[in-house]
Design a protein around this ligand. Structure first.
Ligand SMILES: Cc1cc2nc3c(=O)[nH]c(=O)nc-3n(C[C@H](O)[C@H](O)[C@H](O)COP(=O)(O)O)c2cc1C
Length: 328
């Protein structure tokens, strides 16, 4: 099946992953101007009225660039919607995205309602849903999503446990539509590997965090430079859903990363807001406990997002030349 044009007219086959707190208009504009899909979670725009302002500002900056650089490849914007009972903004946020004709909606956690997928289709938008297993993939396809994001082991934030080869292989057995691979993709080599393994595009999150555009503290940026894959801890303690976090932030919160208690299911509301502080440590999930994927070990400096894209492209083209010679 051929890719929708919104996913095929890119400089690199990359969808930037939405990141709670960290992804704001500065990062999204830099990603889109770098020719890849730029994204942010709707919930990052707070209060809710900010969402309209963010999308207006992003659209204006992209349009201004298009006017002065008519030949530039500018990536489309994607907005992430957390589909969960605790997300009381979902309908209002969706209305704003529809009014702005946001080209790509990324749904997370629960499969979206068919009725709202139809509203996105009505203006020509597409819906990509992220899944960590085959059962969720099938449910989302039944609901009518256009494509899937397979979140494999090693991804930053909420992540799966399956090998990317296993997950892509099983999904490809019944789905030939748009498929994006997520999990520790932090180099151009890994982007090409995602395509070789059966994905159309790579979903890149953590790699964009060590940039001036990400809305995180300088301590957080430095921790990303310092960390290696082995410094990433997988736990459901912080939000009730299993995810990957930086060991250093857990230690700084006064917790023992090697002996974290099992999840308190009452914390599930922390999927849509920064957590109530942990009574023992005072730490808040996402604000103080930093999500990061295993690709963090390939980050060696804080550089602007445009340079991240340049580097990914250089590596991708070199890997393609090395493996395929002049072909492809
Ligand atoms: C700090 C952080 C915050 C995240 N927040 C969200 C979020 O709000 N919504 C979502 O769908 N995924 C979220 N993710 C997951 C990413 O969208 C994506 O699956 C992941 O970053 C890809 O793996 P990588 O970080 O190894 O590249 C987050 C990831 C990180 C690292």
């Amino acid at each position: 099946m051929s890719l929708p044009s919104v996913l095929s007219r890119l400089r690199l086959p990359v969808v930037s992953a939405p990141m709670f707190i960290a992804s704001g208009p500065e990062l999204v504009v830099a990603q889109c101007l770098s020719g890849v899909v730029g994204s942010f979670p709707a919930l990052n725009a707070r209060p809710q009225a900010e969402l309209d302002r963010w999308l207006t500002a992003i659209d204006a900056q992209l349009a201004a660039h298009r006017q002065t650089h008519p030949d530039a490849v500018i990536g489309p914007v994607a907005v992430n919607q957390i589909v969960h009972a605790s997300n009381t903004r979902l309908e209002a946020d969706l209305d704003v995205c529809i009014a702005h004709r946001v080209p790509i909606i990324i749904s997370s956690l629960r499969a979206p309602e068919s009725s709202w997928i139809s509203r996105v289709h009505a203006y020509g938008g597409i819906v990509l849903h992220d899944v960590i297993n085959v059962r969720h993939a099938q449910k989302a396809l039944e609901a009518g999503v256009d494509g899937l994001i397979a979140v494999a082991a090693g991804a930053g934030g909420h992540a799966g446990t399956l090998s990317p080869f296993a997950l892509l292989g099983e999904i490809r057995a019944f789905f030939d539509g748009p498929l994006v691979l997520s999990g520790a993709i932090a180099s151009g080599n890994a982007i090409l590997a995602a395509q070789a393994a059966g994905a159309d595009l790579a979903y890149v999150g953590t790699r964009w965090l060590a940039t001036p555009e990400a809305r995180i503290s300088d301590d957080h940026r430095q921790a990303l430079v310092d960390a290696r894959a082995a410094d990433v801890v997988y736990s459901d303690f912080f939000t009730g859903v299993s995810g990957n976090y930086l060991r250093a932030s857990i230690v700084a919160a006064g917790l023992d990363p090697d002996h974290l208690p099992k999840a308190d299911k009452s914390k599930l509301n922390t999927l849509t807001k920064t957590a109530d502080a942990d009574p023992a440590s005072g730490a808040k999930a996402w604000r103080d406990i930093w999500g990061a994927g295993q690709g963090v070990g390939q980050i060696d400096a804080v550089i602007p997002a445009a340079q991240v894209a340049d580097r990914l492209e250089r590596e991708y083209l070199a890997a393609r030349a090395r493996l395929l010679g002049g072909a492809a």
